[in-house]
Design a protein around this ligand. Sequence first.
Ligand code: NAP
Length: 293
Amino acid sequence: MTVERVGFIGLGIMGGPMAANLVRAGFAVTVWNRTAAKAEPLAELGAAVASSPAGVAERSEVTFTCVTASRDVEEVVLGPGGIAEGARPGSIVVDCSTVAPATARLLHARLAERGVGFLDAPVSGGDVGAKAGTLAVMVGGEPEVFDRALPALRAIGKTVVHVGPPGAGQVVKLCNQVAGGLHLLAMAEAISLCRRSGVDPGKMLEVVSAGAAGSWMLQQLGPRAVAGDFAPGFMVDLMQKDLGLVLEAAHETHTPLPGTALVRQLFEMLQARGRGRDGTQAIVEALRLLAGG
Ligand code: NAP
């Protein structure tokens, strides 16, 4: 059965452009967002707007969610008016939020009772990748469910990899956040030393990004950090949610992650100053404060 009707719930910084790419790829898309105004740009592109997550799932063969945290995805899937109330047997729910692996396993089990498939499919690539449709998508779930959802997943991502059973996608996303957090710190330390040495950090980024120390963080977020543009692609509050999940998983498996723990403390400095809604490039401000302003 070819998937033609796709739903999308959670039209934030990531979900909005991901849903738009599904419309552009030719799927018949139905959307819902808690704050209704965020559905308007999608309606203008041609998406239908439902009045609840259940209403989206009723009309969709594959229903995506991209909300904030574990309790939020549980609410939109299992809560009153949630996806589970509307989803037909044989349909698939794909959660692109970053949540606990245990939440993914719970949702998989609860939806399986209704004959509904579930994939945990967290993403990486930021707001830039969401708009361009070039996200990396790490998918946990049954292989046959993955195969059926793949055409829709390809509309939002360039690299789509089935990484293992239910929950494995979220485990891989936590590994992604370990590497991403440490790349952010590397970017911020390079900018800090460059500035305090009186050298133009823009020039530093231009050449270092092209060499062996180059990274997505240096290329995409370095220029924003240097310009003092702290508008969020990815908010500090969301990064802290993820680093909390990482350190929980590390504790459960007794895996020492000293660098990640340090990054978490630097972001704590920003949250303490009311900057949780800044983008993660604001980590340069934590280092500026450590250096005495
Ligand atoms: P965002 O802009 O804050 O969007 C969050 C969305 O979830 C909004 O549409 C919000 O609705 C909805 N939502 C949250 N709680 C809800 C609830 N209980 N019921 C219904 N809707 C709810 O965040 P984002 O940056 O798009 O991130 C979304 C997810 O993707 C997060 O899990 C994040 O960790 C992950 N992620 C983000 C990035 C990034 O670079 N931004 C990259 C990779 C992964 P309202 O509009 O009503 O608030």
